[in-house]
Design a protein around this ligand. Structure first.
Ligand code: UTP
Length: 289
């Protein structure tokens, strides 16, 4: 079944990137010349997704402004003959059908996903975490949608992470299916090192069946007193099994300071307008380190 709908939870408080995220949502922090959330919307669109629900909250209306037309700006660009950037502004405003809903309290990623129940209906749908940018030839969410088509099971994007990170993320119980695909039969959110299943963790992407909503409705609050999406997915993993895809792109965590720096340097080294200058600058700078 072709996956046409996606949700982007973007209602978190972003406490790890304060003060940057106080008045500007972390999803709007830039990588070179685009906010993180635009990379994520573009990834979804490239994967054939047409309808996107962004979960926001108070203070995140700039996300809506970003994907809207700005008549004054567009008229000015037109009168100044700046056609290229005008076309780019129009492209951004017409990327997809984008809808918004507010999560009134930040009660966790599971609660944010539950806000999408009416939007999703009975179809499988994609989830792209608003602060995880994945850059690569093939859109990561397409790799997951293809696995959903092939195996008919809910899918998560996974990567191997260090012990230091696994205790902050989630840990998957896995068996290999093919070179980059795994069968997942259990999972745990923010495990202790003794409780971890493996060092494979979910990083920023999933494709879920709409069954997740009824599970979320009876899932008790988990780690941190929040409704954890991992706790609900665990029920699917244990009863039906899930699939993990070790996606091919590079993931940048825009929810932490070093992730933002890495994203800007690595994407800056491939961006046509910055790559040469940045490479020369880094080479010079490296001599002084
Ligand atoms: P994080 O756990 O990174 O969000 O959630 P956070 O709460 O903003 O982070 P810190 O720890 O305070 O820095 C991953 C994604 O889920 C969204 C976030 O916006 C982020 O894109 N999220 C999280 C919600 O939409 N609602 C929530 O209640 C929690």
């Amino acid at each position: 079944m072709k996956i046409k709908k996606a949700i982007i939870p973007a209602a978190g408080l972003g406490t790890r990137v304060l003060p940057a995220s106080k008045a500007v949502p972390k999803e709007m922090l830039t990588i070179v010349d685009k906010p993180a959330i635009q990379y994520i919307v573009e990834e979804a669109v490239k994967a054939g997704i047409t309808d996107i629900l962004i979960i926001t909250n108070r203070g995140k209306s700039v996300i809506e402004d970003h994907f809207d037309h700005s008549v004054e700006l567009e008229n000015t660009l037109k009168s100044r003959g700046k056609t290229d950037i005008l076309n780019e502004m129009n492209r951004v405003a017409n990327l997809a059908n984008i809808y918004y809903i507010r999560q009134k309290e930040t009660k966790g990623l599971g609660d944010a996903v539950l806000r999408a129940k009416e939007f999703v209906g009975n179809e499988p749908f994609a989830v792209l975490y608003g602060d995880d940018v994945i850059v690569g030839e093939v859109p990561a969410i397409k790799e997951l949608c293809d696995a959903y088509d092939k195996y008919g099971k809910s899918v998560v994007g996974i990567k191997e992470v260090s012990d230091e990170l696994i205790v902050k993320y989630s840990s998957m119980k896995i068996e290999p299916l093919s070179s980059n695909t795994y069968s997942i039969t259990d999972m745990i959110e923010k495990p202790s090192l003794e409780a971890k299943f493996s060092n494979y963790s979910i990083l920023g992407r999933c494709v879920l069946s709409s069954k997740i909503f009824e599970i979320l409705e009876h899932t008790p609050l988990g780690v941190g007193g929040e409704l954890q999406l991992t706790d609900a997915m665990k029920e699917i993993a244990v009863t039906e099994g899930m699939v993990g895809v070790d996606f091919s792109g590079t993931r940048y965590d825009m929810g932490n300071k070093f992730g933002i720096l890495k994203a800007n340097i690595e994407v800056g080294l491939t961006h046509p307008e910055t790559k040469d200058e940045l490479r020369d600058y880094i080479k010079e700078l490296a001599k002084t380190l």
